[in-house]
Ligand binder design. Structure first.
Ligand code: DGJ
Length: 732
């Protein structure tokens, strides 16, 4: 059993593979205290009182009530509330029917059971009775008559504990949640660094590492989507932690909208970490009897560095988050029309690309933006999900059938959450966009966001998607989302519920995705938001892959994919080979190198195969062979970061090792040629040190320990942007 309650000493101990997490019930009033999160320790002996410092000044309220505030402000609490003297970052702020915002929770009861509950309407990791145990600690604020249930699930064979919170109004009056975060952990000491993934459009998820200091540092989005700028992930790491060494605590929010993670260095040298829905633009009113569920935070602990945290997230998400037909399958090698044609295509052009693609071994044609309404640029028609037969001559079914006849599957692009002011939909329903009365909403890419809090709008969008998807043999959808939310208001929601729009919007997106995946289980959905603006575990619950960035330059992608893979498995990272000079940065890189980089993702093409050079075209069948040879390993293996170009400014290197250590694929990219330099020795990781490995190209034999400790010399690369794959197979 991964969770125990020690009745006499009043503490809970949650044990995952190498992790322990301890919560205690303290003092007569039964405060919930956070004792420990870290490397697994034995059940006994444990001096809980001393670890919680409750026999030190200011003591507990039953011993020193005159300093109750000091107790609240220093006690390592399991879930912080606002208004009673804990002045550190709060998780719960509740406005009662008198307009006051004071709340404090204490323990009432608990349940421990096998398995993991679902969170109604929300994406979440899942597990069965053999893999998970759950603890629900039911607390309450007795004055407000508010029940707050802290829900923890331990994945016993992984170093994972998930958390969420259910808040129920048991009073006779409405209460309003002004802030309802999902997780709070108080760490002893402030000698930590914070790792986060920050960026912008076309340069998403660059790794940033900064020290914890006194005061607060936040990673957040108030953009309505998890965002290009900040990913809903942070890790707190020992100051001396590196890839392979040190304590690492990763936090990832299973949510696709506004979020906040705050790390606070506090006065008594403790560090508080909280994570949840951003309180900006958030309010949720609970009528008597109603409840609210705060989305899940996944907490991963590693006792051996950042790399182990990454591999735990990958294992968790591949097995306990991603669902559907494609979860464990190789994805079709697709060619996408976006960088090939942008809006300038018709049936014949698409078919000419498909014909050439079929000859080269490509397996799917994806028709990107521009096939509907009157859409010939990005100024119109979002919402008018009717095929433009001036472009798609003969109709969609004809096109799809012709593509199928060539042996290719067919995929299509949608941007379901949007509406163009220049659209029939907007002309018919100007109130269907998110807006504030008497204020013209701010345009972004010349479009508005649909008001998905209105079920009529959701029904319209769903019925259009369903009609199109049922009209032809479509097996892939790219679900795009190209702007952030502003002017947050709804002509549909009543005044007192305007603060709920941001969260209701996200719930509606999930509902739409849920309906779509239920009704069309054979369709592979790729998430997208102007590239990687919504790359989060919430989306991965519905879409097994997400377009990682609009930046397809192989060198830029090194950093983008390196940061993305900090948390998310390679199987989820949408990556394509595109044409050069690259459309975003103007850089020209060898076609081979573009292939090696895209191989560390879903793999596909984003170019006009009828117009690229003969030399490049000739490489496509070889690249597809390479994809088929290595994708099972890349999708399922253990990922190791070996070198990072962002740090060393010269080269990048990563490897994927089979779970049984029977083979390893090393990718080495020489970004810049260094003059007057010799071969570079790299040290591999994660191999069987007692085994022999044979290089499948040179046939040379190495011992696992020599590869890991003495290293492997990389030779034969001359010039910038050159790459190399090294495949080593364990001798039987
Ligand atoms: C943004 C996406 O990231 C691109 O790949 C492409 O689909 C465009 N939108 C289409 O408008």
């Amino acid at each position: 059993m991964g969770i125990k309650f020690f009745e006499d000493r009043k503490y809970f101990k949650l044990d995952a593979r190498d992790t322990s997490y301890i919560i205690a019930i303290v003092d007569d009033e039964k405060f919930l205290g956070h004792v420990y999160f870290g490397k697994r320790i034995p059940d006994e002996p444990l001096d809980i009182e001393s670890l919680l410092r409750i026999n030190e000044y200011p003591y507990v309220p039953s011993k020193n009530n005159r300093e109750r505030m000091s107790f609240h402000d220093s006690f390592p609490t399991e879930y912080s509330t606002h208004g009673l003297g804990d002045f550190r970052e709060s998780c719960l702020v509740v406005k009662d029917s008198n307009g006051n915002s004071v709340c404090g929770i204490t323990y009432c009861s608990h349940k421990i059971y096998k398995g993991k509950p679902t969170l109604k309407g929300l994406p979440a990791t899942f597990g069965d009775e053999n893999s998970c145990t759950t603890l629900e600690i039911i607390c309450s604020d007795k004055v407000l008559n508010l029940e707050v249930t802290l829900i923890y699930t331990v994945f016993e064979n992984l170093d994972v504990i998930t958390r969420s919170v259910r808040i129920k109004n048991n009073s006779d009056n409405d209460v309003t949640l002004e802030k309802a975060l999902s997780a709070c952990v108080d760490f002893d000491g402030i000698d930590y660094d914070i790792i986060s993934l920050n960026g912008s459009w076309a340069r998403e998820r660059r790794i940033q590492r900064v020290p914890v200091s006194f005061g607060k540092r936040s990673v957040e989005s108030i953009r309505g989507i998890s965002s290009h700028q900040s990913n809903p992930f942070i890790a707190l790491v020992d100051k001396n932690a590196n890839e392979d060494y040190g304590n690492v605590y990763g936090f990832n929010f299973v949510y696709s909208g506004n979020f906040i993670a705050v790390v606070e260095g506090c006065q008594f040298e403790t560090t508080r970490v909280v994570m949840g829905i951003h309180p900006a633009n958030f309010e949720w009113t609970l009528a008597p009897g109603e409840e609210f569920i705060a989305p899940e935070v996944v907490m991963v602990y590693s006792d051996s560095g950042i790399g182990k945290m990454t591999r735990t997230f990958h294992d968790l998400y591949r097995n306990h988050l991603i669902r559907g037909k494609y979860r464990d399958r190789k994805r079709p090698v697709l060619i996408n029309s976006w960088e090939a044609t942008y809006f300038d295509f018709d049936t014949e052009k698409l078919l000419s690309i498909a014909r050439e693609a079929a000859k080269l071994g490509i397996e799917m044609l994806v028709m990107d933006d521009g096939w509907f309404g009157n859409r010939n640029d990005d100024n119109s028609s979002l919402g008018d999900w009717y095929v433009n037969e001036k472009k798609i001559k003969g109709g969609l079914k004809y096109l799809v059938d012709e593509v199928n006849k060539l042996g290719l599957e067919f995929g299509i692009w949608f941007e379901p959450e949007m509406i163009s002011p220049d659209s029939d939909l907007y002309r018919a329903h100007p109130n269907w966009c998110i807006h504030v009365p008497n204020r013209t909403p701010v345009l972004c890419r010349n479009q508005y966001v649909l008001d998905l809090t209105n079920d009529e709008v959701v029904e319209y969008v769903y019925s259009r998607l369903r009609d199109i998807l049922s009209s032809a043999n479509i097996t892939y959808v790219k679900w795009d989302m190209n702007r952030q939310l502003s002017d947050v208001g709804s002509s549909f929601m009543p005044k007192e519920k305007q603060g709920e729009i941001m969260h209701r919007y996200v719930l509606a997106v999930y509902k739409l995705l849920d309906r779509l995946t239920t009704e069309f289980p054979h369709i592979l959905i790729e998430g997208c938001a102007g590239g990687g603006g919504r790359f989060d575990p919430g989306i991965l619950y519905y879409c097994p892959q997400i377009w990682c960035s609009d930046n397809t330059d192989a060198i830029e992608r090194l950093a983008i994919q390196h940061g993305t893979a900090m948390v998310y498995p390679l199987s989820t990272i949408g990556a394509h080979v595109s044409d050069c000079p690259n459309h975003i940065v103007g850089r020209t890189t060898p076609f081979e190198t573009r292939g090696y980089v895209a191989l560390a993702g879903t793999f596909g093409y984003e170019l006009d195969v009828t117009r690229i050079s003969e030399d490049d075209r000739k490489l496509i069948p070889e690249q597809i062979e390479m994809y088929h040879k290595y994708n099972d390993l890349i999708r399922t293996g253990d990922y190791y970061r070996i070198a990072n170009y962002e740090d060393n400014h010269l080269y990048d290197c990563w490897s994927v090792v089979a779970k049984d250590k029977s083979e390893v694929l090393v990718t080495y990219i020489q970004v810049l040629q260094r003059p007057n330099s010799r071969s570079r020795r790299i040290k591999l990781k994660g191999l069987d040190e007692n085994a022999l490995y044979r290089d499948t190209e040179t046939n040379r034999l190495y011992s696992g320990s020599a590869l890991m400790y003495a290293g492997l010399n990389i030779t034969g690369l001359h010039g910038d942007f050159k790459g190399k794959l090294i495949h080593l197979v364990k001798e039987k």
